[in-house]
Design a protein around this ligand. Structure first.
Ligand code: KG4
Ligand code: ZN
Length: 340
């Protein structure tokens, strides 16, 4: 297919309202309205997220079209996030996308958010560096932690996942215990730069071969801090950098070790990371070191396509379009949509 396909994509699975316009695999615009309303609650409040999506969706879509210099009649298809995510949030994006597709008489593309995080690697880049199939992808976000063997653009094999919290949650909950605002992951990354990664030790969970568990780490940080604060009320303040560095070091090691085990078994020679936590500087460094050690190629998405964004929904939609996998207007947003 050599024709140019213009796709308008909408992402509304959690607390970011995002719209993007793509022509084939090239991003023309990618707008994100972050919802500050959740900050004072220390986490996302689902009902407030739905209301904010409702208020933001049209301004964000119209600005994405404007920046792309595309008018509504030029759009060939509308892509939206079907799940997983917060149901109320998904409903806003899905309803908007359906109404638009119907009124323009254009096809609708229902996209799986977790697949989209992985497929973000296929957005056009200057280096022309795209994963070769099959590749192993470690998807690390605020809601999920998955190890996926990607056989083809539409063929995903889930080989491991978290049995409790996601790694992003472990970052955010640790940050909350340290008194940092939500989402605390990027702040832990920042303070960790000046800290000692070996200052404190944290437990390693005993889980299945390629599975993950993070709730034990979070609990041990809680108990450790409670104990230290009893003898020194200023413990957090005086040790913030070291706590951040050691927790980050441990969380990153837990996931990178699993990626290494998986590569030993599957021998893909192609390793990727995806999802919001792949913005973390330590995970990027650790993946580089692993690649050197195992002599593999690595794929790390640009920062703007790591955390939730509509461009990744657009590229996933484009790949569905090429495969003629269109969706019906009765496609149901699904909070717990599986990877495949
Ligand atoms: O993929 P994402 O934007 O949303 C979900 O689908 O969950 O991921 C958001 C998560 C949050 O937990 C946030 O704290 C984390 O990604 N995150 C980071 C960093 N940047 C974002 N965690 C650690 N270090 C970072 N630099
Ligand atoms: Zn996400």
């Amino acid at each position: 297919m050599n024709e140019t396909i213009t796709i308008l994509a909408i992402e509304s699975s959690c607390d970011d309202t995002s719209a993007s316009v793509l022509q084939n695999n090239r991003v023309l615009s990618n707008l994100i309205a972050t919802q500050d309303v959740h900050k004072k609650f220390g986490g996302v409040v689902p009902e407030l997220a739905s209301r904010a999506h409702q208020a933001h969706i049209w301004p964000v879509v119209s600005e994405a079209l404007k920046q792309a210099q595309i008018t509504l009649p030029q759009i060939d298809a509308v892509a939206f996030t079907q799940g997983p995510g917060l149901l109320g949030s998904l409903l806003v994006g899905a309803s908007f996308a359906k109404g638009l597709a119907w009124s323009l008489n254009k096809p609708l593309l229902a996209v799986n958010h977790m697949q989209a995080h992985i497929l973000a690697h296929f957005i056009e880049n200057k280096q022309n560096h795209y994963p070769e199939f099959p590749f192993l992808c470690l998807t690390v976000s605020g809601g999920h932690t998955q190890l996926v063997l990607v056989h083809a653009p539409h063929h995903f094999e889930l080989i491991g996942q978290t049995i409790d919290d996601a790694i992003g949650e472990a970052f955010d909950k640790t940050a909350k215990l340290l008194g940092l605002p939500y989402p605390g992951g990027p702040l832990i990354d920042k303070y960790a730069q000046a800290g000692n990664p070996n200052a404190f030790q944290w437990p390693t969970p005993n889980v299945g071969e390629f599975d993950f568990s993070f709730s034990g780490v979070k609990t041990s940080v809680l108990y450790f801090l409670q104990k230290q604060i009893k003898t020194n009320p200023k413990f957090i303040e005086e040790n913030l950098n070291d706590i951040c560095a050691s927790v980050q070091h441990h969380l990153v090691n837990l996931v990178i070790d699993k990626l290494q085990f998986a590569e030993k078994k599957y021998k893909t020679h192609n390793l990727a990371i995806a999802g919001g936590v792949s913005a973390n500087s330590q995970i990027r460094k650790a993946l580089n070191q692993l690649a050197e050690k195992m002599n593999t190629k690595i794929y790390i998405p640009p920062f703007e396509y790591c955390t939730d964004n509509a461009a990744m929904i657009g590229i996933a939609g484009y790949l569905l379009y090429k495969n003629k996998q269109f969706s019906s207007l009765s496609a149901k947003p699904t909070a717990r949509l599986q990877l495949s």
